[in-house]
Design a protein around this ligand. Structure first.
Ligand SMILES: Cc1ncc(COP(=O)(O)O)c(C=O)c1O
Length: 422
């Protein structure tokens, strides 16, 4: 297997004469030594650049989907770049407001928002609530009678569009827990109710067809359905959610943010829909910005079967391979451009055979215990979906920029593991 494609590394990755990888001028082996492993290393300017690309492509109507990766530093960065923030739970709302993001720059999502979560959203003065069910409208009615606050809302519509992605991240088809179904008349009923409600001000519609979507035609189909659906109501706003896919492994290629925007704009024009469209990208802004660094603890060669390389993390810092069967590349940042001619399975340290990070990986022949091993494109839905299963400590996160690395999330400690126990 040839060397790792450079396109899978963050924008500001560089490799020195000896093959060592630096991210934004920070030597990765030195980062591993300084901050320990596992370690998420983000190229800060890569994220900023993707934010700017999105803002330029969608005329400033972009909300970052915080679920992809959220911490105080990330919320501040996104806010500095002028994006809004899509938060999907009371917890994400709490982090965003703690980071100083003003309520009006937040979009509150969630298919089962509790009354306290909705109350917190109203209290924070969120810019938009994306309403997902009649039960939520009931809860907003009750809250209005107590608070008198009448939020601006979008209704989440299920357009009945197949996104050609993993079943678990498909959200636009009729058989889904999300939103109001367009094809059955339920969405019309929801619009009529919201238009008449004193408790909410209906300003638009929302659709999100799924995540890790490569086919621009799926987004175009969603535009056709939603724009056609929205037109008779004359609602001024339309949000198309997130979902743009990214390349994770050699040979994959994904549309750029600009191509995504062009496809959506063309579809809007074709349907005669001229209201501004907003989007909520998560993965496409942060996934390729990060690599995860691990330390190799065992190299176990099972004669005639395979070689298992075990590292000091696993499904607790990247559950995507276990959840979706997602593929990743792996490489040794001491030999970034080197040939990878040894087939290995990279596994973690959890008590499950399913605990794997790279099912079919390739590394240099001389991989050994103590090596720092990296997986690229881990910036989205890794840290944010992590756990501390087996009481494995959640990794630290650093943002690298211009030769400096700043710790933005410290590593969990054993004392943290006792914090909630009584
Ligand atoms: C409503 C909504 N918006 C935006 C996103 C972000 O999607 P992605 O990270 O694929 O861009 C999601 C992800 O599931 C979502 O549910």
């Amino acid at each position: 297997m040839s060397a790792l494609p450079r396109s899978l590394l963050p924008d500001n990755a560089s490799v020195d004469d000896t093959g060592r990888l630096a991210i934004a001028g920070c030597d990765t082996l030195e980062l591993a030594r300084q901050f320990g492993t596992p370690l998420f290393v983000y190229d800060e300017d890569h994220i900023r650049e993707r934010c700017r690309q999105a803002q330029a492509a969608f005329a400033g109507s972009v909300a970052y989907a915080a679920k992809a990766f959220l911490c105080l530093a990330m919320a501040r960065l996104v806010h500095e770049e002028g994006l809004d923030l899509d938060v999907a739970t009371g917890g994400e709302l709490h982090v965003a407001t703690a980071a100083g993001v003003p309520g009006e720059r937040l979009v509150m999502h969630g298919n089962n928002k509790s009354t306290p979560e909705l109350a917190a959203a109203l209290d924070a003065g969120v810019g938009r609530i994306v309403v997902d069910s009649f039960d939520e409208l009931d809860r907003l009615d009750s809250l209005y009678s107590v608070t008198g606050i009448r939020p601006q809302v979008l209704l989440r519509i299920t357009p009945g569009v197949e996104a050609h992605t993993h079943e678990y991240v498909t959200t636009g088809v009729d058989d889904t827990k999300f939103g109001f179904t367009a094809s059955t008349g339920v969405a019309d009923a929801a619009i009529r109710r919201a238009e008449q409600a004193r408790s909410v001000e209906l300003v638009g519609l929302h659709a999100h067809i799924g995540s890790q979507v490569f086919e621009l035609a799926s987004f175009q189909r969603a535009v056709e359905v939603i724009a056609g659906f929205a037109r008779p109501y004359g609602l001024p706003e339309l949000s198309l959610g997130g979902g743009l896919g990214v390349a994770y492994v050699a040979g994959e290629s994904a549309p750029s943010i600009a191509e995504w925007a062009t496809a959506i704009t063309e579809a809007c024009a074709a349907t005669g829909f001229d209201a501004p469209v907003s989007v909520e990208p998560g993965r496409s802004l942060v996934a390729a910005a990060a690599v995860t660094l691990y330390e190799v603890g065992t190299v176990k060669e099972l004669a005639g079967i395979r070689t298992y390389v075990a590292v000091d993390g696993g499904m607790s810092d990247n559950p995507r391979p276990v959840l979706y069967g997602s593929g990743y590349e792996t490489f040794l940042p001491r030999a970034t451009d080197g040939e990878r001619d040894r087939a290995v399975r990279v596994v973690g340290k959890h008590c499950e055979s399913g605990d794997l990070l790279v099912r079919e990986g390739w590394v240099p022949n001389d991989i050994r215990v103590g090596d720092i091993l990296a997986t690229p494109v881990t910036g989205a839905y890794g840290h944010s979906m992590g756990s501390n299963y087996n009481k494995v400590l959640r990794p630290a996160v650093v943002f690298a920029q211009g030769g400096d690395a700043r710790l933005v999330v410290r590593r969990e400690t054993y004392d943290d593991l006792l914090r909630n126990d009584l």
